[in-house]
Design a protein around this ligand. Sequence first.
Ligand SMILES: NC(=O)c1ccc[n+]([C@@H]2O[C@H](COP(=O)([O-])OP(=O)(O)OC[C@H]3O[C@@H](n4cnc5c(N)ncnc54)[C@H](O)[C@@H]3O)[C@@H](O)[C@H]2O)c1
Length: 440
Amino acid sequence: MNTETPSETPAPAPERLGILLQGMGAVASTVVAGVFAARRGLGLPIGSLTQMGHIRLGKRTEQSNPLIRDFAPLTALDGLVFGGWDIFGGDLYDACSHAEVLESKLIDQLADELRGVKPMAGAFDPNYVKRLNGTHVKQGTRRAWADALRADIRRFKADNGLERAVLVNCASTEVYQELGDVHQTIDAFEAGLDADDQRISPSMLYAYAAIMEDVPYANGTPSPAADIPALSALAIQRRVPIAGKDFKTGQTLMKTVLAPMFKARMLGVRGWFSTNILGNRDGEVLDEPSAFKSKEATKLGVLDNILEPGLHPDLYGELYHKVRINYYPPRGDAKEGWDNIDITGWLGYPMQIKVDFLCRDSILAAPIVLDLALFLDLAARAGRKGIQEWLSFYWKSPMTAPTVYAQHDLFVQLAKLMNNLRHMMGATLITHLGTEYYED
Ligand SMILES: NC(=O)c1ccc[n+]([C@@H]2O[C@H](COP(=O)([O-])OP(=O)(O)OC[C@H]3O[C@@H](n4cnc5c(N)ncnc54)[C@H](O)[C@@H]3O)[C@@H](O)[C@H]2O)c1
């Protein structure tokens, strides 16, 4: 253990942790069913760093690589309790069946547990998600919705005897909107709640409710929520960790691996055309242009940030980047993400790379929800507050302090995450700086 870096010594993990999900559709039902399945030995939590990942400690000669969940105090899968909200009723068995992500044989094996998780009524404004007509929704004004969400959180904790909970936004993507004065300060936001200001979106209300109830919050969608200045400030004021936004799962995950490689080798990129076909409810919502605009904003930022065309005008100054999402019902949740990349090499000679990722959207997103919930609870117990940049690894559009740019390179993000865990636990940071080749 290192004596130079002060340990943040997180309090021991609670035996039981609540995971509240805003939106209980494909992603949310897949993570809950997945945890139930893993608990019963019906499947492995593949894709989850907290469950499957190891962390190197000390020098390579020390051969110390414990599992992350043995190194950092995290609640075990057996201790997780799920709840949440949706604008459609039913229960998680219905949600899993509707999503068609998991095989019906597995869903049936988990039926009793899944039937036991019933979404609470959602806070919903159809102007923010135009393709859905919610039937299981709260009534009243924005202040009333916020109060009701806060009461839901308190009741969920009391009913389940929980000391701690985390909230993850897995709801439909909301329409794009420019931020206004009501989003800038805590006072303006509070006044906006009282005035039922329509510029406050449902996702902002859930984030507000979580922060006010001291519940760490993560935003898996591109919708503006805890990242608006008013709520980021509120999270610091109330000492609540927040993180976001938009799970990095498929095409953008590939981009944040390939683009750093091009830059590392000083290969040019002239064009990057990305198109997706998917047929789940998310695809249907994103087919609506104003919802796609929110997604486009989080998808497009990545390349400029990684490639830094300002520093490398000859290599990336003329990069043409295009992203398309097409709703195509026959594919359901089995998305196809197709990329054509036009790169240049020595003396400007052109080459091409094609990536065809036949992925499964919710299968890729589910482990991220689990990891974020466990890591955010750890951060809270370590006394951290506000934006948790060390969790950038999980985001298409990582939230950062206003003074710095986001870090998108997946392996820089991973190094940052691991070093933050080491720091929290008082272990030596790994800098890859060894002077003796066998010592670093
Ligand atoms: N790989 C991925 O699956 C992935 C990656 C990145 C981001 N996301 C985002 O995650 C979100 C969820 O994706 P999904 O595939 O589960 O979508 P989904 O449509 O299956 O589920 C979303 C659920 O949210 C509910 N909902 C909508 N508005 C609500 C509100 N105000 N309150 C409560 N519930 C509400 C809907 O009824 C629906 O059941 C989407 O915003 C999507 O863009 C998904």
